[in-house]
Design a protein around this ligand. Structure first.
Ligand SMILES: NC(=O)c1ccc[n+]([C@@H]2O[C@H](COP(=O)([O-])OP(=O)(O)OC[C@H]3O[C@@H](n4cnc5c(N)ncnc54)[C@H](O)[C@@H]3O)[C@@H](O)[C@H]2O)c1
Length: 282
């Protein structure tokens, strides 16, 4: 990750939030936003189930999280006395995600929060991408979110409480050149969010989609490598943030997650929470 451009807004542990005893299941937890969320929720007292592929794929052509990243996360959480269990698996494979969800529920006794966050990015015009690239994008970013939720939701229904936060993007609310498959997957998450909000409101389960502008994570480093640019150039080529920053930090995402996952947001459901530094106003 590139050096932070501005001082972080906090230590990743906003003072007014307490998740003691809560259980959060996070996909894509080895890198970037998922990793930051795992650390922050563990610091705030939650039990964290941290799920990641922990392997590279043939697409996209950049490094995803690996098993050393997952082990380092577990060590860091253990270092401050937090509670975490890590899982290596693939959100595209139902048996893989189902086994991890069931194990987390057994290990920690419940699941309160799902952060559907695993995702990939890549560039290509629609007429240049092949079917495999389309399928990988939609399978990981959209189908993976559905499969994960499919196995978490029964626990939330049983408890009659819970929160699902789907990590979409600004690309889930507008188009981007050379990212039509990415945009389609991220708009798809809005459809899931709104439908699940309807289906799950009777069970006191809230569902929200999150829409960050570019975030300073290995994701942008990976795209930069492929494009032969710097991470800042990658952020700036799609950004156009109104506020004077090419990207936001994972701490900014954590602040939003803490609010959305907490009872302070008890009447927020079916909504699109925009964290865009003003980009969508342009
Ligand atoms: N970084 C950005 O600029 C940005 C902006 C808005 C939204 N997002 C979205 O936020 C989410 C997290 O992005 P990030 O920036 O932290 O990316 P990242 O690449 O830093 O982390 C993503 C993690 O997902 C994991 N993953 C990928 N495929 C998986 C699979 N099949 N099964 C399980 N895990 C898998 C990777 O191993 C990696 O650890 C993604 O859905 C991304 O689309 C990113």
């Amino acid at each position: 990750m590139a050096e932070k451009l501005h001082a972080p807004v906090g230590d990743g542990r906003p003072g007014n939030y307490d998740f003691a005893g809560k259980v959060i299941f996070i996909t894509g937890a080895a890198h970037g936003q998922g990793r930051a969320a795992a650390l922050a929720f563990a610091q705030a007292g939650a039990h964290v189930a941290a799920f990641d592929l922990a392997a590279d794929l043939d697409y996209p052509a950049y490094a995803l999280g690996n098993s050393a990243d997952l082990a380092a996360l577990a060590n860091e959480v253990a270092g401050f006395g937090g509670s975490i269990k890590t899982y290596a698996g693939d959100v595209r494979i139902e048996d893989s995600i189902a086994a991890a969800v069931d194990d987390a529920a057994q290990t920690f006794g419940r699941i309160d929060i799902l952060f559907n966050n695993a995702g990939i990015g890549a560039y290509a015009h629609s007429w240049e991408m092949n079917e495999h690239e389309w399928d990988m994008m939609l399978d990981i970013n959209l189908k993976g979110a559905w499969l994960t939720a499919k196995h978490v939701i029964p626990y939330l229904i049983e408890q009659k409480s819970g929160v699902i936060i789907n990590n979409s993007s600004i690309a889930g609310l507008r188009g981007f050149r050379r990212m039509s498959h990415y945009c389609a997957s991220k708009w798809g998450l809005v459809g899931l969010t709104k439908s699940w909000a309807l289906e799950l409101a009777p069970y006191n389960v809230r569902v929200i989609s999150l829409h960050p502008t570019g975030v300073n994570t290995p994701f942008n480093d990976g795209l930069a490598e492929i494009e032969g640019k710097t991470a800042i150039e990658i952020a700036e080529q799609s950004a156009g943030n109104l506020l004077d920053t090419p990207w936001i930090e994972t701490d900014d995402v954590v602040e939003a997650l803490f609010y959305l996952a907490s009872d302070k947001a008890r009447f927020v459901t079916g909504s699109q929470f925009v964290l865009d530094a003003g980009l969508l106003s342009t």
